[in-house]
Design a protein around this ligand. Structure first.
Ligand SMILES: NC(=O)C[C@H](N)C(=O)O
Length: 508
């Protein structure tokens, strides 16, 4: 048993928003409304109570989960893995292999440390909900800040996934039907297709009562990403560098032309490599785009809103077990991220686009393997939407319906409203997705660095860990690092907007 969790049983605390612990009492004696805001209903509790007599391992009073260790690894890995992977090869092209590896390792380690802080804090509070940690640390403002950061980050992530669906599914259908030109049929219209995918696949999964039920979907989503990775590695040895020059437009010797998604709907336009010497890897490089590396990597490792909900549903939970689940997921994703970035980079070198899939599409959108890769990525991101939606629904419930019993109607209505809004955003205001670059630059550092650190500092009692103790000083440095990243990312995005670059806008 982890020492930090003993207090839950022995040092049960009032939910007072000042970090001071006013009561020391046994968990069994705690009235049921003590943790009112996150308390599941009796029926919900009973449904998930283990039927055996084994109660010894129960550390939390909020909920007893029944999701296995393996399924939790799948769910957390699926929460980590998303459109972030598509931006990493671009990041590597702008940092070089060694600097990229260093930064990726740093972000992965910091991400794991941040989960450690969240788990330790939740062990003290006795409730595994991000918003509750905020409430415990700073009262209602803390709870609202956490809930809003989760909502914005996850709505941003879901919009980017659905935007991939909107732009890629018509191309997949076009390639399947072997059509040279895009037709006006409804099944070639990304707007209808995104609604269809949302209603038939995402909504039913999002209506599941528990995240744990999504384990199989997550496993499948991850296997799609493994297929994507294998294809990226294979393509490295198949696509020549430099690419054969084909100047079908008769344009001059322009160093490189990547066709946009809409351009290649009009037929195959090859890449044009002219600059020689572009086919050797760089190990260390710095340029104006290097600045985006940290925000891209931070986004790629965000899974923090999902950690505590997954912990809540874990069978026989303990902090050690959940940290182990997180470390396994982060390590596997770290390896996949590195390999995808490395082989994506070694295929196109400096010509890799900020969205890896587009770069392949530009080579030959009718290539059968590329087609399968697109389907795999589409499936993976589609199956990630329900996982990412769960914490948003929980945050909304915490903000608007706190203390209310579980209600199927509310559960369904929130999912429908959320999905409808994201669909509308993706269909009618794709340019607004650029705003999410801004939001991502604010909410990701908050969720990974700032909140876990400051919540921890406030929640951990001073008599256990004085302000000058090493863990609290480390946490304070971690929060400062987050503020630094946030200022850095925001400045780059603003400079980018001001100079009309727009690389940071909504693609991931
Ligand atoms: N879950 C998220 O917020 C983003 C995810 N880490 C991604 O790469 O897409």
């Amino acid at each position: 048993m982890d020492s930090t969790e003993i207090p839950i049983q022995t040092e049960m605390v009032e939910l007072v928003p000042n970090g001071k612990h006013s009561a020391a009492m046994n968990a069994s004696a705690i009235p049921s409304d003590r943790f009112d805001e996150n308390q599941p209903t009796v029926a919900e509790m009973e449904e998930f109570l283990p039927h055996g007599p084994d109660k010894k391992q129960t550390h939390f009073t909020d909920f007893e989960g029944k999701t296995s260790f393996g399924m939790s690894v799948f769910n957390l890995s699926n929460a980590i893995m998303g459109s972030g992977i598509l931006g990493l090869a671009y990041a590597m092209a702008n940092t070089g292999i060694i600097l990229f590896l260093f930064l990726l390792t740093a972000v992965a380690l910091l991400s794991s440390y941040s989960i450690h802080l969240l788990l330790k804090s939740s062990g003290i509070v006795g409730i595994r909900a991000y918003e509750q940690l905020g409430y415990r640390a700073f009262g209602t403002p803390g709870k609202l800040a956490a809930a809003m950061a989760i909502t914005l980050q996850n709505i941003g992530a879901m919009s980017s996934y659905l935007y991939i669906v909107k732009s890629e599914v018509p191309l997949v259908i076009q390639t399947f039907l072997n059509l040279e030109e895009k037709t006006t049929d409804w099944y070639m219209n990304g707007n209808y297709l995104v609604i269809l995918v949302s209603v038939t696949i995402i909504l039913p999964l999002a209506l599941m009562k528990q995240l744990g039920y999504l384990g199989y979907a997550s496993g499948f989503s991850l296997s799609c990403m493994v297929f994507f990775l294998i294809s990226v590695i294979y393509k490295r040895f198949q696509i020549p560098c430099p690419l054969p020059e084909k100047d079908i437009n008769g344009t001059s010797n322009f160093s490189y032309t990547l066709v946009s998604t809409s351009d290649y709907q009009n037929g195959y336009t090859p890449l044009q490599h002219v600059n020689e010497g572009t086919c050797s890897p760089r190990f260390f490089t710095l340029n104006s785009q290097t600045a985006y590396t940290i925000p891209i990597m931070a986004f790629a490792f965000v899974c923090h809103p999902e950690v505590l909900p997954i912990y809540t549903e874990l069978i026989n939970p303990s902090k050690k077990k959940m940290q182990c689940i997180s470390n396994i997921s982060i390590t596997v994703m770290y390896l996949m991220y590195f390999l995808a970035a490395l082989f994506g980079y070694l295929t196109f070198y400096g010509h890799v686009e900020s969205e890896l899939l587009h770069t392949y599409n530009s080579v030959d959108p009718f290539d059968i393997l590329i087609l399968c890769v697109r389907v795999a990525v589409l499936t993976a991101v589609t199956l990630t939407v329900p996982i990412v939606l769960f914490p948003v629904r929980r945050a909304i419930q915490q903000m608007l319906f706190q203390g209310k019993d579980f209600s199927w109607i509310r559960h369904i209505v929130i999912a429908i409203v959320l999905l409808t809004s994201i669909n509308l955003l993706v269909i009618f205001a794709p340019s607004i997705l650029g705003i999410f670059g801004m939001i991502g630059a604010t909410s990701a550092p908050c969720l990974i660095f700032i909140f876990p650190a400051i919540f921890y500092i406030r929640i951990m009692p001073k008599d256990k860990e004085p302000m000058k103790s090493t863990p609290k000083i480390l946490a304070a440095c971690f929060a400062c690092l987050g503020v630094l990243f946030m200022i850095m990312s925001l400045s780059f995005i603003i400079i980018d907007w001001a100079t009309g670059g727009g690389k940071s806008g909504g693609s991931h």
